[in-house]
Design a protein around this ligand. Structure first.
Ligand code: FAD
Ligand code: NDP
Length: 320
């Protein structure tokens, strides 16, 4: 199969790119993945309940329902959606070559241009009890989940000492009665400005040299965290109703490692304010290139940018 443009990834970024490109009659092909990166087609939002901060849905919308709507909309204008995972690409010459998972020895697909929108996944700790209370008190996104009623005026905890942890903890002070930040060392990794803001907030207590070891609750919702002092080994109980992981994300860039320029955390580097990658004709959109905002709306926004930039690039390099 040869396409003018192939999109890899099926979250808000991939489907927004597909919507714009199909409306531009470029007949995009979108590989939505088959449990790619551990997610069902549709990406990270298929693992959540209410999405309340995506404009246009004043009552909120369930994540999986929203992604089904994204899919319907890109299909409606002619996007060809293939439920397979791309396991290998060759970006060294044009047209670009792509191999489907399980068929690497067989023939490959080709494309004049590519949009990489493979997303990212929050790091988890896999503590005892974590699976029971995931999304029932435990979350990896304070901005997404912090405002839900179970956290209102309740003690909350954030794990991590980086900029994300600082940002999430400060954000949560608007909702929780108090926010504990659990840091495994005796110092923060966060930038000075964020660290100062965090340490001077009266609603925040940093618990140093401490790691979480078990999550407990009443079977329905989380209410207790068991922690351990990394110096003394002492175990303690912390009563909390919300636990937020901010220990980093892993971008899904294995596919393009050594072929596209990545930053030190593995995110695809793009030219400032664009979706252009280090290889001409390859564009990147969504969480795979964004370690700062990581929201559905920002991913969709960069999917739109990638489509417009790709369309322009194709018209310059492959005029009809
Ligand atoms: P993703 O959503 O990560 O989707 C990419 C998908 O592409 C993959 O998951 C996979 O299905 C597919 N794929 C990956 N690799 C391949 C491959 N090699 N071949 C084919 N397919 C592939 N944001 C908000 O704005 N509001 C919220 O309320 C909100 N709640 C959230 C709740 C949870 C539990 C989580 C985890 C995230 C939440 N987010 C929320 C963040 C939001 O989900 C992400 O910012 C957004 O989904 C990123 O979109 P994306 O298109 O970059 O990629
Ligand atoms: P970071 O990798 O910077 O920080 C992760 C934090 O989690 C560290 O404190 C780390 O501890 C801790 N950690 C990691 N693994 C574990 C574990 N298993 N148990 C306990 N703690 C753990 O990730 P961030 O997501 O915070 O930031 C990623 C990048 O994005 C950074 O470059 C950051 O500057 C940037 N960013 C910028 C923002 C802004 O400018 N406003 C907002 C958010 C992110 P340790 O220090 O001991 O390794």
């Amino acid at each position: 199969m040869h396409a003018k443009v192939i999109i890899i990834g099926s979250g808000p970024a991939g489907h927004t790119a597909a919507l714009y490109l199909s409306r531009a009659t470029l007949k995009p092909v979108l590989f939505e993945g088959f449990l790619a990166n551990g997610f069902a087609p549709g990406g990270q939002l298929t693992t959540t309940t209410d999405v309340e901060n995506y404009p246009g849905f004043p009552e909120g919308i369930m994540g999986p329902v929203m992604m089904e709507k994204f899919r319907e909309q890109s299909s409606r204008f002619g996007t060809e959606i293939i439920t397979e995972t791309i396991s290998k690409v060759d970006l060294s010459s044009k047209p670009f070559k792509l191999w489907r998972d399980g068929a690497e020895e067989q023939t490959f697909d080709t494309a004049d241009s590519l949009i990489i929108a493979t997303g990212a996944a929050a790091k988890r700790l896999h503590l005892p009890g974590e699976d029971i209370y995931w999304q029932k008190g435990i979350s990896a996104c304070a901005v997404c989940d912090g405002a839900v009623p179970i956290f209102r005026n309740k003690p909350l905890a954030v794990i991590g000492g980086g900029d994300s942890a600082a940002e999430e903890a400060l954000f949560l002070t608007k909702y929780g009665s108090h926010v504990y930040v659990i840091v495994r060392r005796d110092k923060l990794r966060a930038s000075k400005v964020m660290a100062n803001r965090l340490l001077s907030n009266p609603k925040v207590t940093v618990i140093w040299n401490t790691i979480p070891i078990e999550c407990k609750g009443d079977g329905k919702l989380l209410n207790l965290l068991i922690t351990k002092d990394t110096k003394t080994g002492e175990e303690k109980e912390l009563s909390i109703n919300g636990l937020f992981y901010a220990i980093g994300h892993v971008p899904a860039t294995e596919l393009v490692k050594n072929q596209l320029e990545l930053d030190t955390d593995g995110y695809i580097m793009t030219k400032p304010d664009t979706t252009y990658t280090s290889v001409e004709g390859v564009f990147a959109a969504g969480d795979v290139k964004d370690k700062k905002y990581r929201q559905a709306i920002t991913s969709a926004g960069s999917g739109c940018m990638a489509a417009l930039e790709c369309e322009r690039w194709l018209s310059e390099h492959f005029p009809e």
